[in-house]
Design a protein around this ligand. Structure first.
Ligand code: BGC
Length: 749
């Protein structure tokens, strides 16, 4: 599948920088033009390492106790994208002369982004230029640019100036709460060495005292001379030679980044990796890239037949998720992946609820790495719980890079305690799908117990029921409420899950050292009791689950009277105005019916859906996919499809008008889930997978692969029904519409 543009549209420049970024889970580079763009054009020229951050104190005029103290930001790395050309004395730019041909193509099967140009200079010289890029899946620290230049109707001198600049700033917008307010500098250049044509820059972050090495080398066209220069934080290489008409020349730029969170000796490692990379041409790394992508996609193939637009978006979503996810237990998935600086590169619940299911069911090794990165943040979560006044347990930060809370607006930040249960849900699903009790004994139990302890302290028994006061649920237009239905239901699932896990570990003789955790039978009984007596607000008159204790008593906001340009409401109304009304930013109770449907009457699920749908703005990109899945769940397939179409369009059509700041990674998870959980109706049960497939009328069929306990299978749905094929691993059973189906042997079932 290809993301392809055939002309240059300046207004789309920054959006395409995002969509055409190249990444590999460790490193991401935005698709900026090497030669630069005119200053008036909006451009976010950036490159990032997953989890490589700077930090600065958050300034409050009125700082109350326990407010988040530090802001972490994913660092914009030294700019290595620069390559400027002077062709027979004329500077190349897509914005001068004329473009006879212009195309930008990102091929998700090769992981290479290609910009192809035929440019006629103001002086009439026609030149073909091709820039190819990749962020290697084989050496994750490696980013490559391969440039081919061919003079079509002239011969003459050419200068190619390639740069590496440590003088970079963060992107910012003081008017948009979803972005950093100030375009800070986060890096200081400590040392630059230039030897044998390769440069190595050693930098440190200003606030977090991390180190970064950035090494750059080139494979120059034969016969070209080279002059390399350094001026403080800038290194430049000028290659000069003669271009003969019809005889293309090639320059390959090798760029390596190594950070001190992964590399104890970044400088040495960057140098070693650069030397290793430079032993081979671009074609070698491109061929390994394709193989690595193939292996990653082996468990994740999915397609829709009957709708090309949706199919493209589905492929692009899967590809982007794979390129965004950390695999080393340090990096997680930022809400914009590695494609931009929106939300400052923070990790949210987006990972566990919206993206983790894709990895769990297609690449469980990556799912495990994501859980490991949360396990690593547990000390930070315990510290955060103490800051928030809890003597026991752990509370995960609402938004963070290392585990430290970075949310400076606590009502829709730290108050979202449900993140604990969301993370627990991911751990518990991992257990169900992989049956890996060793992992659960080694890492899962501790996370689950520490986070469960928090509920016992945050909540309390009253009138025979367990209640949780003053929290915020997923809907950020309703803050600090008592008994948010989603939170209580999720906490119930979490508390029950810990007890089930402890029993399973006991049964298998894997309940090692509970004393290390201080976990006793008595505490497990308290968890069970809180779960069993959890208060779940229900409105008898409306027959729906109430979003919280007070929500249904508030004034309803008539969305039809709000002018279109006032959406998203968060940019136009004071938070209190929103909190005072029945209006939702995103799915809340409806999401709980998706994740925790057990024990919920069908009628309540259906009625809640309709009630909340009418007052949901979907101002958050995390919302339409949930409505797509739940519309499919209640049998409203046409409506599900309409929501699914909006999910598919979000980044590719820039419907939220902020794709320039980065992809909406959770929505991309939602695109995969919309197919698999929505239309195919997959749910993870305690001991098997369940399906309730439907097929939108306009589609011919769809198919997807999934893994279950060491087996790989494919499901294909068409008007005749759902067909499963076992592709690898042992036979297993699942259920379709409540009936057991055995998946065994090579014949489709
Ligand atoms: C949503 C949150 C989400 C965050 C990052 C916000 O707009 O309301 O639920 O975690 O964006 O994607």
């Amino acid at each position: 599948m290809r993301i392809e543009y055939g002309s240059l549209i300046p207004a789309e420049y920054a959006r395409r920088e995002t969509l055409l970024h190249v990444a590999n889970g460790y490193l991401g580079v935005r698709g900026s033009f090497e030669e630069g763009v005119p200053p008036h054009l909006r451009s976010v020229r950036g490159a990032y390492i997953n989890g490589f951050f700077d930090e600065a104190a958050i300034h409050y005029e009125e700082r109350l106790h326990g407010f988040a103290a530090t802001q972490q930001s994913m660092v914009n790395l030294p700019d290595v994208q620069g390559i400027q050309l002077t062709l027979a004395g004329e500077d190349f730019s897509c914005f001068t002369g004329s473009l006879e041909h212009f195309s930008q193509v990102l091929d998700t099967a090769t992981g290479v982004y290609i910009r192809d140009i035929t440019w006629t200079s103001p002086g009439g010289r026609a030149t073909r230029l091709q820039f190819r890029r990749l962020a290697s899946l084989v050496i994750p620290q490696l980013f490559l640019i391969d440039l081919t230049v061919e003079a079509l109707n002239w011969s003459g001198p050419v200068h190619i100036r390639s740069t590496q600049s440590g003088e970079v700033r963060q992107d910012s917008d003081p008017e948009d709460p979803r972005k950093a307010a100030v375009g800070r500098r986060t890096l200081r250049v400590d040392e630059v060495t230039l030897a044998g044509g390769a440069a190595e820059m050693l930098l440190s972050t200003l606030g977090s005292a991390l180190t970064l090495a950035s090494a750059v080398g080139h494979q120059a066209p034969a016969g070209f001379s080279l002059e390399a220069k350094r001026e403080s934080g800038l290194v430049s290489w000028t290659f000069q030679g003669e271009l003969a008409q019809g005889r293309p020349v090639v320059l390959t730029k090798y760029c390596v980044f190594a950070d001190s969170r992964r590399h104890p000796a970044p400088k040495q490692d960057a140098e070693r990796l650069l030397n290793l990379a430079m032993e081979q041409p671009f074609a070698h790394w491109a061929s390994l890239q394709k193989q690595a992508l193939n292996a990653l996609m082996a468990g994740a193939k999915a397609s829709i037949s009957g709708d090309n637009v949706l199919n493209t978006s589905l492929s692009f979503s899967m590809y982007s998720l794979l390129m965004s996810a950390g695999r080393d237990g340090v990096g997680n998935i930022s809400s914009k992946g590695l494609s931009g600086e929106g939300y400052e590169g923070h990790y949210f619940w987006d990972t566990e609820v919206y993206m983790f299911p894709f990895f769990l069911l297609t690449n469980p090794e990556i799912a495990r790495a994501l859980l490991m990165s949360r396990a690593r943040m547990l000390p930070g979560a315990k510290a955060h719980a103490r800051e928030m006044g809890h003597p026991q347990g752990a509370l995960y930060a609402w938004r963070t890079i290392t585990g430290t809370e970075c949310s400076s607006y606590f009502p829709s930040g730290s108050a979202q305690y449900h993140i604990n249960a969301d993370i627990a849900h991911a751990f518990l699903s991992f257990w169900r799908v992989t049956d890996d009790l060793d992992f659960m004994a080694g890492h899962g139990l501790e996370v689950l117990v520490e986070t469960a302890r928090l509920w016992l302290d945050a909540g309390h028994f009253s009138g025979g029921q367990f209640r949780i006061d003053n929290v915020t649920g997923p809907d950020e237009y309703t803050c600090i409420v008592n008994n948010n239905y989603y939170t209580n239901k999720a906490a119930q699932h979490h508390l029950r899950g810990v007890c089930q896990l402890a029993r399973a570990l006991q049964d298998q003789g894997k309940f090692h050292a509970p004393e290390r955790l201080g976990l006793t039978q008595e505490e497990l009984e308290q968890f069970q009791e809180a779960a069993d007596r959890m208060f779940l607000p229900f409105d008898e008159a409306l027959g729906i689950c109430s979003q919280d204790d007070s929500f249904l008593g508030k004034k309803r906001l008539d969305l039809s009277r709000i002018p279109r340009e006032n959406f998203p409401l968060l940019m136009h109304y004071h938070p209190l105005f929103l909190y005072r009304h029945q209006v939702l930013k995103q799915a809340d109770t409806v999401l709980s019916h998706f994740l925790f449907e057990e024990g919920e009457p069908e009628e309540a699920i259906r009625q809640s859906y309709h009630y909340y749908e009418a007052i949901t703005t979907h101002d958050s990109s995390l919302s339409p996919c949930v409505h797509a899945m739940m519309a499919a769940r209640i049998g409203e397939t046409a409506k599900a499809l309409a929501y699914y179409e909006s999910v598919a369009a979000l980044d590719l059509m820039d419907t939220h008008k902020n794709t320039a700041d980065g992809i909406h990674a959770a929505n991309m998870g939602g695109c995969w889930m919309g197919l698999v959980y929505g239309f195919a109706g997959l749910r993870i049960g305690e001991n098997s997978l369940r399906f309730r497939p439907t097929l939108p009328e306009s589609w011919q069929s769809y198919r997807f692969r999934f893994r279950w306990r060491g087996s790989l299978a494919e499901a294909a749905v068409d008007e005749k029904g759902i067909r499963f094929t076992l592709l690898d691993g042992p036979a297993f059973a699942l259920s379709v519409d409540g009936k057991q189906v055995d998946i065994a042997g090579p014949q489709p079932v």
